[in-house]
Design a protein around this ligand. Structure first.
Ligand SMILES: [Zn+2]
Length: 402
């Protein structure tokens, strides 16, 4: 079972938006009062805190029964989170002391969880109805990615967070998607090479370019430098918004690539072979100017997306050793630095096989994935031909002999 979140954007009328704003403000005000009460009583357990606050949250703060419970829960959760951070040593010294010395405080527009008793979803009309201070607000439209909406309708479960960000309203819902049964006997593997020029290249010869994204990031880097030079408060704010937007662009791109890779493997009954990340870090050495342009977290994110989408689709993933995947000849096995005359080209000094370097790497990854999978998953029987021993698979079309 894979837990994920799905975000939808709300499209409230002005009146609805005002009711939501007033509600979020009131709920966080109530949470701050609850937090102070908790602090004054040595941060009691949820049950104890409920006894001390519930009635007043209902009468003085005007919260509905369920929302009052959720506010108490949110307060307890915040204290537990801080205690956990201190215990884990992630909050130490002065900041830890500071956190312990005063009540937890919520921003006036902090996110608030709503559960099925105070928030309901009408998927057919794409609207929600939600508890507000001014009573139940019905028919608030929501929009989202068609794929997300499908998942939402089928698998949403439990609480959703109401979030106000950059002047817009969102609901972040939790979905629990059952994993497909993994097929343990893939007919083959789709090798995926990750790199800078092409974010991903497959052993089928498909490229997932990052060119547009790189251009975008370069432009952003320039704007960022300008804003940084200004150093004003509004420049800092703009900077923050920009880096958020940038991260979102990378994330969207990685989602799209992962979806296409997994879809392609799924349709053809194959598994996916990827390199271990340490190898990528090693191999992708960038000139200083490009560093940070597309760094290892982006690869890590792509791998994470591939892993969970594959799991959901039942597509096996083999993580392979990345050593020499860009120097080894997939036809004759000759491995040499000289096989790679420059960043983009492969040219085997042994047998003359030539082609784009990333495609050659992807083909090598495919080989290794097959071998790895065979070793890990097949019973060792002397006369069973192992897929790894199969040397007939020549790299595809765009690798040519020269
Ligand atoms: Zn060769």
């Amino acid at each position: 079972m894979g837990k994920q979140v799905v975000q939808v954007k709300l499209a409230p009328t002005l009146e609805q938006s005002q009711a939501l704003a007033a509600t979020l403000l009131a709920v966080n005000g109530a949470a701050n009062w609850t937090s102070r009460t908790a602090f004054a009583h040595g941060v009691p357990r949820e049950y104890e805190l409920r006894k001390r606050t519930y009635a007043e949250l209902r009468t003085e703060h005007g919260l509905g029964s369920q929302v009052a419970q959720l506010v108490i829960k949110k307060t307890c959760h915040a204290y537990a989170t801080i205690a956990g951070l201190i215990k884990a040593g992630r909050l130490q010294g002065k900041p830890a002391e500071k956190a312990r010395s005063k009540p937890v405080e919520f921003r006036p527009d902090a996110a608030q969880a709503f559960d099925d008793r105070c928030l309901s979803w009408q998927y057919d009309t794409r609207t929600i109805s939600i508890w507000t201070l001014e009573g139940r607000m019905r028919g608030i439209p929501f929009t989202g990615h068609p794929d997300h909406l499908k998942v939402l309708a089928a698998h949403r479960k439990g609480e959703s967070d109401l979030v106000f960000r950059n002047g817009n309203w969102y609901l972040i819902a939790t979905v629990e998607v059952p994993d497909a049964e993994q097929h343990t006997r893939p007919v083959d593997f789709l090798g995926v090479d990750m790199g800078i020029a092409n974010i991903a290249t497959t052993s089928d010869g498909d490229n997932y370019a990052g060119a547009g994204l790189r251009r975008y990031r370069r432009r952003m880097a320039k704007v960022r430098a300008e804003l940084q030079a200004k150093g004003t408060k509004s420049a800092k704010r703009k900077l923050k918004a920009r880096s958020r937007r940038e991260a979102r662009a990378v994330k969207d791109n990685n989602h799209r690539i992962a979806k296409q890779l997994v879809g392609s493997a799924e349709r053809t009954g194959r598994g996916i072979g990827i390199e271990d990340l340490a190898g990528i870090r090693d191999r992708v050495r960038l000139p200083a100017a490009q560093r940070g342009e597309l760094n290892s977290w982006s690869f890590h994110q792509l791998q994470t997306f591939i892993a969970y989408k594959a799991k959901r689709a039942g597509v096996p993933v083999a993580v392979v050793d990345a050593r020499n995947t860009s120097r080894r000849c997939p036809r004759c096995g000759h491995t040499a630095k000289a096989n790679r005359p420059n960043r983009n080209h492969f040219n085997c000094v042994g047998c003359g096989l030539a082609g784009p370097a990333d495609l050659v790497a992807a083909v090598n990854i495919r080989h290794r994935a097959r071998t790895t999978w065979a070793v890990v998953n097949q019973p060792i029987v002397a006369d069973t031909p192992q897929p790894a021993a199969d040397t007939s698979d020549k790299p595809r079309t765009s690798v040519r002999d020269s």
